[in-house]
Design a binder for this molecule. Structure first.
Ligand SMILES: Cc1cc2nc3c(=O)[nH]c(=O)nc-3n(C[C@H](O)[C@H](O)[C@H](O)COP(=O)(O)OP(=O)(O)OC[C@H]3O[C@@H](n4cnc5c(N)ncnc54)[C@H](O)[C@@H]3O)c2cc1C
Length: 393
């Protein structure tokens, strides 16, 4: 690429949302430059990262529209039929969310994150309208009323009408463009890995709030599951030091042998838990998408689902302006994007924070409240229908 090259849209971050946005805009005839600091080999064949993404019906539909879904091997897509939420060891305090409440046969699908990334990469790589710059560091970004500029570390500059940050919840671009964000460090770490187990899971996901720990189990094909364990960081470190047999036994007993003995069959990945919500999703000729826009706590399994929504909200507006020969980054367009995306995400972000606060509090009044909330919710069919509808669309 020449110095001072230009594009309609420049995107920083070739993660799943950056790639999906590039794809949908390029198909509509816009020129896109997408930049990532990772080398091409890592983008082309992303390594297993432990995340199994629970996708809603709406996300699947969008991924189909963007030509991503059909590139995911079907053997790697697991059905998510129902979900069960428990509080503590007593099974009376639980809630079942059945897919039928949303008039569907299943709540959604589980797909490994690295395969979503790979499918999204494969969808963009041969598009003439998209230039992918890998292994590159961004030195600075700026915008004027006329355009946005990315200054690369190697002194090249890229000018575009619209600059997008898709560079994760810790987005450096968001900060460089002066957008403030509410950040909440939940003070815990989440470990994820795959296990095989003795008893069938019947494709039911569990969220199991305990005292001092939160466990989840995501059902995968072939009698395997993804274990999702949240612990204080120091406890997590101690657990990681155990030998294989002792680790497997510890995990099986944390899950009360409900699926029999569990044996770890993948690497373990640990993530710090930090939630992020910016004051707005745009600045002059600039917009945030994906985790850079909303960094969700994974407990409600909605981060990437909100990411696909951000791509939809922004691309619909940009493509419409482009088709009418209008400015694709006008202040009114970007304000309308912020409004729409805030409306769709803020209630869920706030509700997720409430759930996390309540169900990680272990003092006695909280324990009573936790049980009262869950048993009330489990009797409220309209509430359960709302949760099911959120997933099934
Ligand atoms: C344990 C766990 C479980 C989850 N489960 C679910 C789930 O069940 N359902 C769900 O919907 N979501 C889930 N999520 C959330 C989901 O993984 C994220 O929402 C999604 O991966 C975000 O995609 P993204 O493209 O916005 O950002 P990322 O995947 O973070 O990609 C950002 C990209 O930007 C690049 N980058 C960063 N900084 C720069 C820079 N300065 N310059 C250039 N490039 C840069 C990075 O290299 C990367 O390629 C989970 C998350 C975790 C941690």
């Amino acid at each position: 690429m020449n110095a001072d090259s230009s594009a309609d849209v420049s995107i920083i971050g070739a993660g799943p949302t950056g790639l999906c946005l590039a794809q949908t805009l390029a198909r509509a005839g816009l020129n896109v430059v997408i930049i990532d600091r990772q080398p091409r080999a890592a983008l082309e064949n992303p390594a297993f990262d432990g995340r199994e993404i629970a996708l809603t019906h709406e996300s699947r539909r969008l991924l189909q529209d963007w030509g991503v879904w059909d590139r995911i091997p079907s053997s790697e897509i697991s059905d998510l039929r129902h979900a069960q939420v428990f509080d503590g060891p007593d099974p009376r305090f639980s809630m079942n969310v059945r897919a039928e409440l949303g008039n569907r046969s299943q709540l959604g699908w589980l797909v490994p994150n690295h395969l979503i990334r790979k499918a999204a990469y494969d969808a963009v790589v041969d598009q003439d309208q998209i230039r992918l710059l890998d292994g590159i560091k961004v030195a600075a970004v700026s915008s004027t009323d006329a355009n946005a500029t990315i200054y690369l570390d190697d002194e090249r500059r890229i000018q575009s009408k619209l600059l997008i940050a898709a560079d994760s919840r810790f987005s450096e671009t968001r900060r460089a463009m002066g957008i403030q964000a509410y950040m909440r460090d939940y003070g815990k770490s989440m470990m994820v890995f795959r296990v095989e187990h003795e008893k069938p899971h019947d494709h039911i996901a569990w969220e199991w709030f305990g005292y001092g720990q939160t466990r989840a189990l995501l059902p995968l094909n072939n009698n395997c599951a993804s274990v999702v364990l949240t612990l204080p960081h120091s406890e997590m470190q101690a657990l990681l030091k155990r030998d294989d047999d002792s680790f497997d036994h510890d995990i099986s007993s944390r899950y009360e042998f409900r699926l029999g003995h569990m044996r770890r069959i993948s690497e373990r990945k640990v993530y710090p838990l930090v939630g992020v919500y910016p004051t707005r999703f745009h600045a002059r000729r600039f917009a945030l998408i994906g985790d850079a826009a909303v960094g969700m706590h994974p407990v409600t399994a909605h981060g990437f689902n909100l990411g696909t929504l951000s791509v939809r909200h922004l691309s619909e507006r940009v493509i419409e302006a482009h088709n009418h020969g209008q400015d694709i980054a006008s202040p009114s367009l970007l304000e309308s994007y912020t409004r729409a995306h805030r409306l769709s995400t803020l209630p869920l972000f706030a509700a997720t924070n409430l759930v996390v606060s309540l169900y990680t509090a272990d003092h006695t009044p909280a324990k009573f409240l936790r049980k009262a909330v869950l048993s009330t919710a489990s009797r409220l069919t309209p509430f359960k229908k709302m949760v099911a509808a959120q997933l099934t669309g």
